[in-house]
Ligand binder design. Structure first.
Ligand code: SF4
Ligand code: FES
Length: 211
C-alpha cells in the first residue's frame, strides 16, 4: 500500500493500480472513452486526463495508463483539466457530430459549441472493438486500416476474415453504438467469400458460431 492524494483527500492504495483505478476505487469520477476494465489500456482518447504532481513536478497525464506512485498528488478537475477535456470532446464532436455518447460528454464537460469543421464519421477510433476482438475473443477479425486522417476500423488488409466467429463482442463494446449491422455485414460479406471459411468456437464461452 502507498499514500497518495486525490483532490486534497489522502488515501492508502495498492501500488499496482493506475491513477484512474485508484480514483474509481474511491468514487472519484473521471470521464473515459477508450477505457474498459476487461482490456489493456492504451491511452487513445486522452479524455481521462488529470494533473499529476510527483516530487514537485506537475504534468498532465492520461490517468488510465499512468501508474500510481508513493506520495503522488492527483487533481482530477482543475480549470486546466476541464479546458483540456472540453477541447478533446469538441474535436471528437467535430468528427462525429451525431453521436449521443459525445453529446452526453459535452454536457458533462460544459462544452457549448463546436468551432471546428464538422465531418460525418460514426467512429472515434477508440479501438475498444479492435482490442476486444484480439484480447477477449482471441482472434483479430478487425483492426485499424490506413493511417492518419484516413485511419478506420476494418478487417485487416481489407481481406476476407477467416477468423471472425460473429460473436458480436465488437458491437457490444462499442461506446458509440455504431459498430453494428453495417460493419458486421461487411465482415460477414467478406467472410462468406473467403474460400477457407470454417466454423469457429468462441474461446471464452465455447459456443460455435455459424453464419
Ligand atoms: S467502431 Fe466503436 S468501438 Fe470500434 S473504434 Fe469505432 S467507436 Fe471505438
Ligand atoms: S480513457 Fe484514458 S485515454 Fe481514453
Amino acid at each position: 500500500m502507498i499514500p497518495i492524494t486525490i483532490n486534497d483527500q489522502q488515501f492508502e492504495i495498492s501500488n499496482d493500480l493506475t491513477v484512474l483505478e485508484a480514483a474509481r476505487e474511491h468514487g472519484i469520477h473521471i470521464p473515459t472513452l477508450c477505457y474498459h476494465e476487461a482490456l489493456e489500456s492504451v491511452g487513445a482518447c486522452r479524455l481521462c486526463v488529470v494533473e499529476v504532481e510527483t516530487n514537485g513536478r506537475i504534468r498532465t497525464a492520461a490517468s488510465c495508463v499512468t501508474p500510481v506512485a508513493p506520495n503522488m498528488i492527483i487533481r482530477t478537475n482543475t480549470e486546466k483539466i476541464q479546458q483540456l477535456r472540453r477541447v478533446l470532446v469538441e474535436l471528437l464532436l467535430a468528427r462525429c457530430p451525431e453521436l449521443k455518447v459525445l453529446h452526453d460528454l459535452a454536457r458533462e464537460v460544459g462544452l457549448k459549441e463546436v468551432r471546428f469543421f464538422k465531418e460525418q464519421e460514426d467512429c472515434f477510433l477508440c479501438g475498444l472493438c479492435v482490442r476486444a476482438c484480439s484480447e477477449i475473443v482471441g482472434v483479430n477479425a478487425v483492426g485499424f486500416g490506413d493511417r492518419g486522417v484516413k485511419n478506420k476500423v476494418e478487417p485487416p488488409f481489407l481481406k476476407a476474415s477467416n477468423v471472425c466467429i460473429s460473436c458480436g463482442t465488437c458491437t457490444t463494446i462499442c461506446p458509440a453504438g455504431t459498430f453494428h449491422l453495417e460493419r458486421v455485414d461487411r465482415l460477414k460479406t467478406l467472410h462468406h467469400f473467403h474460400d477457407e471459411y470454417h466454423e469457429e468456437k468462441c474461446r471464452v464461452c465455447g459456443d460455435h458460431f455459424i453464419y
